[in-house]
Write a protein that binds this ligand. Structure first.
Ligand code: SAH
Length: 342
């Protein structure tokens, strides 16, 4: 069987490509497109033989798209216009322009792709961009199914609730028997944010061995005292962590969990009456927890990137966090690809 020709748009560090590999489909990425120079460096490092187009998507002509003669599109358009905390600029946000361009190109292609998979944030499902997408898919004769899924559905101790759409050309409607279809999402989220669900793996399965280099990941005393109450602290035996965003390691609030490496200390005993202590006393107490950030490798592990996936040396830790924060859970996407082609 001839390899499926895949176009990877907004390729970033290649989460989609990695998922495609994991799904064991006979496929070849015929072009990956992204404007971010650093993301592209990481992509090339891991997928050296894939043609990488370092240009804007709206700069690609219909003719160029036609020449690629692709059978499948994998894409994660910029999500900032749709985040709940963002300004929700939706279709009027300039960052949505390239996506609308893709929708405009799709019906005009010489040959429509057979398959399409899109990833975005929760919030996309109620956007006009999504309505435009569905309208375009229907016009072109695609059948589609939408999902809100988090890695917790696969037993991975990390929350990362994302919108997914998979679409198939001219075929029977999908019949899915997997959890997480849009209507059941709320229930699923509720179920999977508990910390005692044995179907979810422990954080420790995703951790690196502690070594000297870990010292750089420990929280600075200043952030410790200042942000103690905003931190989401997890132990290696926990079965959950919050979503790691691109601000991780830089901003503390809401960017992802931190790890308590002193496992014998009771969190409650540290925080009890802490407000009555002096700065120094607070610091003393909080330091006993030995809190550190998750390393980029550990976040990559939680995202499902295999051990051989790496970052070039010149990419700093902060930059790794940024890139990983924009990326996706490889296992979740691999599953969806299997369902789509199944
Ligand atoms: N799935 C990717 C991340 C997608 S984040 C991964 O696994 O890493 C969205 C990406 O779209 C970013 O890398 C950003 O650089 C890129 N991007 C945003 N607007 C673009 C445009 N107009 N043309 C090409 N790439 C764009």
């Amino acid at each position: 069987m001839a390899a499926l020709r895949v176009l990877e748009l907004y390729s970033g560090i290649g989460g989609m490509h990695q998922a495609l590999k994991e799904s064991c489909v006979c496929a070849e990425v015929v072009a990956a497109v992204d404007v971010n120079t650093l993301a592209n460096e990481v992509y090339k490092h891991n997928f050296p033989s894939t043609p990488l187009w370092a240009k804007t998507i709206e700069g690609i002509t219909l003719k160029e798209f036609d020449r690629l003669s692709f059978d499948m599109i994998l894409m994660s358009p910029p999500c900032q216009p749709f985040t709940r905390t963002g300004l929700q600029g939706d279709v009027s946000d300039p960052r949505t322009k390239s996506f609308l361009y893709v929708l405009d190109i799709l019906p005009r292609l010489q040959k429509l792709p057979k398959y399409l998979l899109l990833e975005n944030v929760k919030g996309f499902e109620s956007s006009s961009a999504r309505n435009e997408l569905l309208r375009t898919l229907e016009t072109c004769g695609f059948k589609y199914q939408e999902f809100l899924l988090s890695p917790t559905c696969l037993g991975i101790p990390n929350s990362r609730l994302r919108y997914f759409l998979i679409a198939k050309l001219h075929q029977e409607p999908f019949f899915f028997h997997v959890p997480g279809q849009l209507e059941t999402a709320e229930e699923m989220v509720r179920k999977h944010t508990q910390d005692n669900d044995p179907s979810i793996q422990m954080i420790k399965d995703f951790l690196e061995e502690e070594n000297e280099e870990m010292s750089q990941y420990f929280l600075a005393p200043k952030s410790l005292v200042r942000y103690a109450f905003l931190l989401d602290i997890v132990k290696p035996t926990c079965r959950r962590s919050t979503c790691f965003t691109k601000g991780y390691g830089h901003y503390v609030e809401g960017t992802g969990s931190v790890l308590q490496t002193a496992v014998d200390i009771q969190l409650e005993s540290v925080f009890k009456h802490i407000e009555n202590l002096t700065e120094e006393g607070k610091l003393m107490k909080l330091s006993t927890l030995k809190l550190r950030y998750f390393t980029p490798r550990e976040i990559a592990n939680l995202h499902g990137f295999p051990p051989e996936f790496g970052f070039p040396d010149k990419v700093s830790i902060k930059q790794c966090y940024r890139l990983l924060g924009n990326s996706l859970n490889v296992h979740v996407v691999a599953k969806l690809i299997s369902i789509l082609l199944g």
